[in-house]
Ligand binder design. Structure first.
Ligand code: ZN
Length: 381
């Protein structure tokens, strides 16, 4: 699982005198094969290695970069593409002494960048689309806590308070005894709730969750929630009736995924509605391929919405980057344009290069009625 720590390590990484290699490759096995992935990696690295060889970098830097390249190639040659992995990002520096890999749930553009800093924009473009969940299941004596991010789940810990009596078994003759026992349980349960609440807050301050899902029985969940820190309480997106140890990890994962997809659908539908409304009013938004192309060609896309798995061939001018459906001569610089397999992919790349971001929208929203593409703009063109 990609941890918050890993992301912040990467973002804060500074290489003083050796360039960082940032490597991205598409590993979507629905559209490519493992052999092709290896060939693409080898070609990318070879061309960059030749350039580096001819460059003015010092001997030590060149040697370190060679080791970075070798390590990346080794990694790709031994890569096993897991279930829903569609892309891979690798960052290497000082001959692989700094080394990070990210398995991504979306395809990425193949690229290798050698630069003083890690090239993180495409990675962040993907990571920004996913939320980090914490699922805490509590009862009056136990708690189970899970972290979920980008399709992966991790059992964080199990808290167990052995000193809480299970049930009230003895009812005193006068009812007095029962009251005393109830209070006793209450006190212990409250202490347990407090500890769990405190644990979640500590965990949140490190993991920075976007959402919390609470599991528990409705009769005591509100009691537990009273102990939650506002930072945690404000992020509760779902309450589910269950008890600790009732479900195995696969069931827990699927419960979180249902919540995730509900939240995503709400968010995507809202974004698409806003886009269509703004575009209708001419308020810094466009829908449909032609409007988006026009905006892309002047670096005017702030946020691109693009429907999943839409592919359309097009043309690109390699000398100035102009994109079009079918213009063979670039109207900007006059160069001959080249055919591209996937124009949508090029628009995403263009957006990211101009510091815009993008969301892949699942099929089934109103975006489909607008050619599967639209964009919020920086200014009215
Ligand atoms: Zn051009």
């Amino acid at each position: 699982m990609i941890t918050t720590q890993q992301i912040s390590d990467l973002l804060n990484y500074k290489s003083t005198d050796y360039p960082v290699v940032s490597f991205y490759i598409n590993t979507d096995l629905r559209h490519t094969t493992i052999d092709k992935i290896r060939i693409v990696a080898k070609d990318l690295i070879k061309s960059r290695r030749d350039e580096i060889e001819k460059s003015e970098l010092g001997h030590d830097q060149k040697e370190a970069l060679k080791k970075d390249f070798e390590k990346i190639l080794d990694y790709v040659n031994n890569l096993i593409v897991q279930g829903n992995q569609r892309g891979l990002a690798i960052f290497s520096n000082r001959g692989g002494q700094f080394w990070q890999t990210f398995s991504l749930p979306q395809k990425t553009k193949n690229a290798i960048i050698v630069d003083p800093d890690p090239y993180v924009r495409p990675l962040l473009g993907i990571l920004n689309q996913y939320h980090r969940f914490c699922f805490a299941i509590v009862d009056r004596r136990k708690a189970e806590v899970y972290e979920y991010y980008m399709g992966e789940i991790m059992d964080i810990t199990e808290l167990f308070s052995a000193d809480v009596p299970g049930k009230v078994r003895i009812a005193g003759w006068y009812g007095l005894e029962e009251k005393r026992v109830m209070r006793h349980i209450d006190h212990h349960a409250q202490e347990h709730f407090k500890r769990v609440a405190n644990f979640l807050f500590q965990l949140h301050s490190v993991r920075n969750f976007d959402y919390f899902i609470l599991g528990g029985q409705s009769e005591y969940l509100p009691e537990f929630e009273r102990h939650l820190h506002p930072y945690v309480a404000d992020r509760i997106c779902e309450r589910i009736d269950t008890t600790p140890h009732a479900w195995d990890i696969n069931k827990i994962k699927s419960v979180i995924q249902e919540t995730e997809s509900r939240l995503n659908n709400e968010r995507y539908n809202q974004m698409v509605d806003e886009l269509i409304t703004d575009a209708g009013k001419g308020n810094r938004a466009v829908t449909g391929l032609d409007g988006v192309l026009k905006a892309a060609n002047i670096g005017n896309i702030r946020l691109l919405l693009i429907e999943e798995d839409v592919v359309l061939p097009g043309r690109e001018c390699f000398s100035c980057g102009y994109l079009s459906r079918d213009e063979e001569v670039c109207p900007v610089c006059g160069a001959k344009t080249e055919p591209m397999d996937d124009l949508f992919d090029e628009i995403v790349e263009n957006t990211v290069n101009y510091n815009g971001s993008f969301y892949q929208i699942p099929k089934g929203t109103k975006l489909s009625e607008h050619g599967g593409i639209g964009a919020f703009l920086r200014f009215n063109a």
